[in-house]
Design a protein around this ligand. Structure first.
Ligand code: B3K
Ligand code: ZN
Length: 875
């Protein structure tokens, strides 16, 4: 495969004014006729017309009404090239495709009883020959024809403008999308679908029809997504002044989908798991995720569709910004504090690992082999952090001025991240030249903080230092512009005034942002009669790794007293990590382990105050994951981490048993399910208590867990119980799994959860069980949700089993990737992520992982997707 470079970007040689597509739909063979009104791009370099195409059977090419002979064009595996064209012309191309054979789930494919498309990033070229690049925008008209009985519903982008029937039982529907768009936003859907309808009145008083299309069996699972959609539409009007721009907005749920969802103009297509919900079948986390993904895809209508990307190196222009928008939406609708904690937790676990590994790349990469590999946590989540920092720098009102300018200036255009930054810059009179390094330099900056208090002068000097480790292709880094939000806390836990040298008075408020621009800088706070404690990087004001010398007592103090809820949680996490790492060292040297009293006391205090902020309390009680602990060690010791983390959790449960039991009882109320912040918090804290109690391996706790499952009227409580029971080595385990399956085998979303709980079991024999589950009728390697639920969860989130000493986990993953690559390269390449940190383990495991990677690399006909990642991992 070839490497593509940002530096090679050229404007398109030809533009498409209008596309007129006709589909004669049939899963076995679909005929696609495309009529393109094209013109030479006056700004282009000239030359031949090169259209992209993959896995197409070409039937005919017609230029200005004249059918071309094969000598008049050049057709290869990936291109259709036509020379010596006039400045303006009409090109008609007829191709044939086989949706049934399409297991890659890119282009037009068959999922269950539905025909649907996925075109981002480069799937449209599997439908017809076309300039398949985001900077070619055209007006689409789409006519769909199919057998009416089998395909009564036929959808595409925009508005339905005409329809009719033929005598032979076939019918046709014509859709027109007035907004010029790149091909990656094209979509079509056909099937026998149930439709739930609603409406939304926009801020200017226009009525928009909202429709969700699902398989009839899912008709009771649409309410939450429809509500979320209306919430998103309203939120975008208020928060960003963005109004919807078509008369209809459609969402379709499909069972086979490579990712979460897709923002096709006016016709979002969703992975069924990311849109369908009912209290009996979906957990609180599912409800939460659905709200945020429905929001995310809707927000793309402006950040992505009305203003799109010039090229795929600019992917974070739409993804980073849209994630930042969906995070703000979730924060506004739920708990902002919990949202921030969860977002940062995920960033640190996933993105920091990516940034520290062989696939590290900047938010705006400068090269790639396969663009599908760059839909990463760096592009999405770090990209969102970068936009969030822009908001911190510009202030709330200034950021809004900037985004207003961006949308107004670039509406209908395909632009770059530079254009985005320029709009924020110009609307606020800022200089963001140095800030741009967040887009161009990969790696997680390391921020070191030191405080020196001068009693005589009553000053506190804060020394901030930054550095950034080398990443592939970037040995040296320039300093970043890092916004560091800080506060000062007195002995009594009170906020202290924030006044820097040369300032005549302290600023208002208890938090201020220091701008670190150099490798090292001092900031001196004055008028401080007592020695303050520094609360730094409040709200996680920048995506950096923080080093600050703080002993356990200081961390405990901050955990109890910091007015910034994120930093209270973070102090607790740091305390956990310090204690766990110290115990891991003792475990490695064979010493007896003792959990420090200070930790038990802290948790006791948290439990005693649980009613104040129950959702936050649940987070405060959650130990850092095994993978995250592994990332904190020079050489990750899987077995020690697992043993020590389990030991600490159990010891805490032993000491605090009464408190956990009382709190559990207090929170365990049977009432009708509702998705609201208070109930979510209650269930989350209750199930956290249960997870501690279950480490005690007492029959009474197992009874408690089984009783909760038996009484549960919602999936949150049922699944929380099942997760814990699968780690109990006894007959209850098998019984619980069997009865769960009996009850829910008809429901794909629930069956995937059933696969996942088994994939995450820490009992011996998990891998053997997974292998036999792969033979179960509920599992198919062709279904991405099945693969992620079983194989993906095992390899990524069950480290003590995946990293088994005999290498069986690695061997298993390599075999699955090789098999998957033949079916679905994108899903195969994703699974490689479990090997991302392979060089961080001990020599034995490194050797085994390397062998597994080599076994994949040795295959001759790898997809570009798998080839790129495997070769970068081994480099
Ligand atoms: N834009 C899509 C992702 C497409 C992935 C293509 N491999 C979903 C989203 O980010 O909203
Ligand atoms: Zn997106």
């Amino acid at each position: 495969p070839q490497t593509i470079y940002l530096a090679d970007y050229q404007v398109p040689a030809y533009l498409v004014k209008t596309v007129d597509l006709h589909f004669d739909l049939d899963p076995a063979q679909t005929l696609v006729s495309s009529k393109l009104e094209m013109m030479r791009n006056p700004a282009g370099q000239g030359g031949a017309l090169k259209l992209d195409g993959e896995q197409l059977q070409l039937h005919s090419v017609t230029l200005n009404g004249q059918r071309l002979s094969e000598a008049e064009y050049d057709c290869t595996d990936s291109r259709l090239v036509i020379d010596s064209l006039p400045d303006e012309f009409t090109l008609e191309i007829v191709t044939e495709i086989q949706p049934d054979q399409n297991t890659a789930l890119e282009g037009l494919y068959h999922s269950g009883q539905i025909l649907c498309t996925q075109c981002e990033a480069e799937g449209f070229r599997r439908i017809t020959y076309y300039p398949d690049r985001p900077d070619v925008l055209a007006v689409f008209t789409v006519t769909l024809t199919a057998d009416k009985a089998q395909w009564p519903i036929m959808l595409s982008n925009g508005n339905q403008v005409a329809s009719g029937e033929f005598e032979d039982g076939r019918h046709w529907v014509c859709w027109h999308d007035p907004h010029p768009k790149p091909a990656y936003l094209f979509a079509l859907v056909a099937g026998d679908l149930y439709c739930q309808q609603d409406s939304f009145t926009t801020m200017s008083g226009r009525q928009v029809t909202l429709q969700i299309f699902v398989d009839p069996e899912n008709k009771a699972k649409c309410d939450h997504a429809l509500l979320s959609l209306k919430q998103a539409m309203q939120w975008d009007e208020q928060a960003f002044g963005r109004e919807y721009d078509l008369d209809i907005f459609m969402i379709v749920a499909v069972n086979d989908f490579n990712m979460g969802a897709m923002e096709n103009k006016g016709l979002n297509i969703f992975n069924a798991a990311c849109v369908l919900a009912s209290p009996e079948t979906a957990t609180d986390d599912d409800f939460y995720t659905i709200q945020s993904i429905v929001g995310h895809e809707y927000f793309h209508n402006w950040s992505g569709n009305r203003v799109t990307c010039r090229d795929w190196f600019q992917l974070s222009l739409k993804e980073g910004f849209t994630v930042m928008r969906d995070q703000s939406f979730s924060a506004d609708l739920n708990s902002a504090a919990v949202q921030r904690i969860d977002d940062v937790d995920m960033l640190r676990r996933m993105q920091f690992a990516e940034d520290a590994g062989p696939m590290a790349h900047p938010v705006r990469p400068d090269s790639y082999m396969e663009i599908s590999n760059f839909y990463t946590v760096t592009i999405y989540e770090k990209g969102a952090e970068v936009v969030r920092m822009l908001k911190t720098l510009a202030g709330d009102a200034g950021f809004r001025r900037g985004t207003d300018l961006y949308f107004a200036r670039h509406d209908g255009q395909a632009v770059t991240t530079d254009d985005f930054v320029s709009a924020i810059e110009e609307a606020n009179d800022l200089d963001l030249a140095q800030f741009q390094r967040w887009y161009t330099q990969a790696g997680t900056p390391e921020l070191t903080v030191e405080c020196n208090y001068n009693q005589a002068e009553k000053t506190l000097t804060v020394t901030l230092q930054q550095s950034c480790p080398a990443t592939p292709g970037q040995p040296e880094k320039q300093p970043f512009l890092i916004p560091v939000a800080v506060g000062l806390i007195g002995e009594q836990g009170q906020s202290l005034p924030l006044q820097l040298t040369d300032e005549t008075q302290p600023i208002d408020g208890d938090t201020r942002v220091l701008l670190l621009t150099e490798n090292q800088q001092n900031f001196t706070f004055i008028n401080l009669p007592e020695r303050p404690k520094l609360s730094v990087l409040r709200g996680f004001s920048a995506p950096v790794k923080l080093t600050q010398q703080r002993d356990n007592a200081e961390l405990a103090f901050m955990m109890a007293n910091d007015s910034d809820s994120f930093n209270r949680w973070d102090a607790g996490q740091t305390l956990f990590i310090n204690i766990l790492l110290a115990l891991i060292a003792e475990y490695q040297s064979g010493s007896t382990l003792v959990v420090p009293e200070l930790l038990t006391d802290q948790l006791a205090a948290i439990l005693d105050n649980a009613s104040v902020e129950p959702a936050l309390t649940a987070r405060m009680l959650t130990l850092p994951s095994e993978n995250y602990l592994a990332a904190q060690m020079a050489v990750a010791d899987v077995d020690a981490i697992h043993a020590v983390r389990s030991f600490v959790k159990r010891s805490l449960a032993v000491t605090l048993k009464i408190r956990f039991e009382n709190l559990y009882q207090q929170l365990h109320q049977i009432k009708p399910y509702e998705f609201n912040a208070a109930d979510l918090a209650q269930r989350s804290l209750k199930n956290t208590c249960l997870s501690y109690l279950m480490t005690l391996t007492e029959p009474v706790q197992v009874e408690r867990c089984l009783a909760q499952m038996a009484q549960a009227n919602n999936m949150t409580d049922l699944l929380a119980g099942l997760r814990l029971i699968v780690d109990v080595d006894g007959p209850q385990r098998q019984q619980a799994l069997e009865s769960f399956y009996q009850q829910w085998q008809h429901d794909r979303q629930v069956v995937d959860k059933w696969l996942t709980v088994q994939a995450l079991s820490t009992l011996p024999g998990t891998l053997t069980n997974i292998k036999s589950l792969m033979q179960h009728p509920a599992f198919s390697l062709k279904n991405p949700n099945n693969v992620r639920a079983l194989i993906g969860q095992f390899c990524r989130n069950n480290p003590s089993q995946f990293h088994a000493r005999d290498g069986s986990g690695y061997q298993f993953l390599a075999e699955q990737i090789i098999a998957l690559d033949k079916l679905n390269p994108q899903v195969a390449a994703r699974q490689l992520g479990a090997f991302n940190s392979w060089r961080r383990y001990n020599a034995d495991r490194q050797k085994q992982m390397q062998a597994a990677l080599q076994m994949i690399a040795d295959k001759s006909d790898l997809s570009p997707d798998v080839y790129e990642i495997v070769s970068k991992y081994l480099a």
